[in-house]
Design a protein around this ligand. Sequence first.
Ligand code: C2E
Ligand code: MG
Ligand code: MG
Ligand code: MG
Length: 285
Amino acid sequence: QAKRFGGDRIEPFRPAYKGAGSGRLEMESDLRRAFDRNELSLAFQPIVRLHDGEIAGFEALLRWEHPKRGTISPSEFIPIAESSGLIVPLGQFALEEASRRLSDWLKLTPDGDLTMSVNISSRQLIRQDLVQDVKNALDRYQFPARCLKLEITESIVMDNPERSAKLLARLRDMGVGLSLDDFGTGYSSLSYLLRFPFDTLKIDQSFLRDDGHPQRPIILQSIVTMAHDLGLSVVAEGVESEEDTVRLRQLQCEYAQSYMFAPPLTPEAARRRLQDRQMGLKRAG
Ligand code: C2E
Ligand code: MG
Ligand code: MG
Ligand code: MG
């Protein structure tokens, strides 16, 4: 299946900076310059509805094309961006660029049935102006608030629970969607689901790796059932097998996001996929 996206496919990463120490400092100053030199961009990975295989939305994922080192993974540079404070302008760039694409792509989907998910880091959430940044984006690009979803990881919420809860409640009141990302990893606490106003739960990829544990399907089932009982939609991240896809469909898990369905795409390829979707829907209707 991945073959269909051949030329558009964004390749997996190799570590670009070796070790800690000076590598880290070098990466930080490179990242600072990258911002001014337009080396940063977004890739868009489809989030697919499991019952019909159609695109429900996209997750915006930062990409850094280093002139000498090639493409650098966000797992490498996001932590550096967070510790250096660079995450703030980076995050603003991601929100702005994703909003711009969303408003463009909504013109291809007259029913307004499209979401754009943007990852939010702790520094960004704690900053006063995330709410203002989101307001500005809504104002400027004129899309319905519900089309924007912010992805938050559990550890972020842990950092400053009181303040995070207030900010998330304000965003939720504006109508913006809130997804709990990487659920089941780190300092996972089920109490987050009570304390914070999430509407979507993203099951971490680690639950979709077939590691031979016979109990894995039981855990998967429990997470989906619990989420549904709490009124949350579920996205399964990194689904790898047909078996799991069938299983998730049976559990009425709403969405999947994985290489098996579609890798992160260039904006042009993502737009084309959406156009194809609309053609398909017209034919079906
Ligand atoms: P994430 O938010 O959990 O995003 C999903 C990651 O899983 C992406 O990695 C995606 O390419 C990868 N993925 C998707 N399908 C599959 C699959 O089938 N198998 C496997 N093995 N992986 C799959 P990516 O793009 O490298 O991003 C890594 C992380 O970097 C993201 O994890 C997110 O935490 C962070 N990140 C990316 N963009 C941003 C951003 O704009 N802001 C912030 N704060 N963090 C970002
Ligand atoms: Mg995410
Ligand atoms: Mg995730
Ligand atoms: Mg992650």
